[in-house]
Design a protein around this ligand. Sequence first.
Ligand SMILES: C[S@@+](CC[C@H](N)C(=O)[O-])C[C@H]1O[C@@H](n2cnc3c(N)ncnc32)[C@H](O)[C@@H]1O
Length: 202
Amino acid sequence: VSATESHWQGVYATRRADEVSWHQPAPTISLELIARYAPPQASVIDVGAGASTLADGLLAAGHADLTLLDVSENALAAGKARLAAHAGIIWLVQDITAFKPARAWDVWHDRAVFHFLTSFDDQSRYIAALTVATHPGSVAIIATFAPDGPEKCSGLPVQRYDAQSLAARIGAPFCLIDQRREDHITPAGSVQKFSYAVLKRT
Ligand SMILES: C[S@@+](CC[C@H](N)C(=O)[O-])C[C@H]1O[C@@H](n2cnc3c(N)ncnc32)[C@H](O)[C@@H]1O
């Protein structure tokens, strides 16, 4: 078991899904951006899905081909229980830096996973997986802590980005087409500055 897996397995074994700092009542910006840049038929992979309700919102919007990936099996357990009725959802317990995708998706969504990759090599492995997992025309929506956001999350150091620096690190053939900033209010009541980049693969 890797350090990454044991860290996140521990987090989700000891914390309620609605008390972790990244919990949001609804993933409003993610749903808005996916609706704006992809049709309801689009297939979506949520990387580091955790216990997010993004999949619930996407099902409600008509998306049927959904894949939820997380390094922690515990992280996916709540969603699995909630969405058990939806046979179409694919669950992958997988470290994104070792992911060898066997298919491509129309939308790649990541909120607060890439920013944990502080080594250049891990970032490159993520970008390699992203590239195999998408096709020309696919959209990648990647949310990270912003330059004025926290330096750590869940006790781990993070690399902070604005949309431009994120797009520069991901690189061609992904082009920045839109961006958002978010003041995320944690369950404890503090503000975390997030940056969302919408990248289109040419
Ligand atoms: C800060 S949480 C965000 C969860 C979810 N995206 C959300 O917005 O609520 C980060 C998630 O990424 C997962 N994760 C962390 N490192 C990962 C990696 N290398 N590969 C896959 N998942 C990872 C964690 O288990 C956790 O569920």
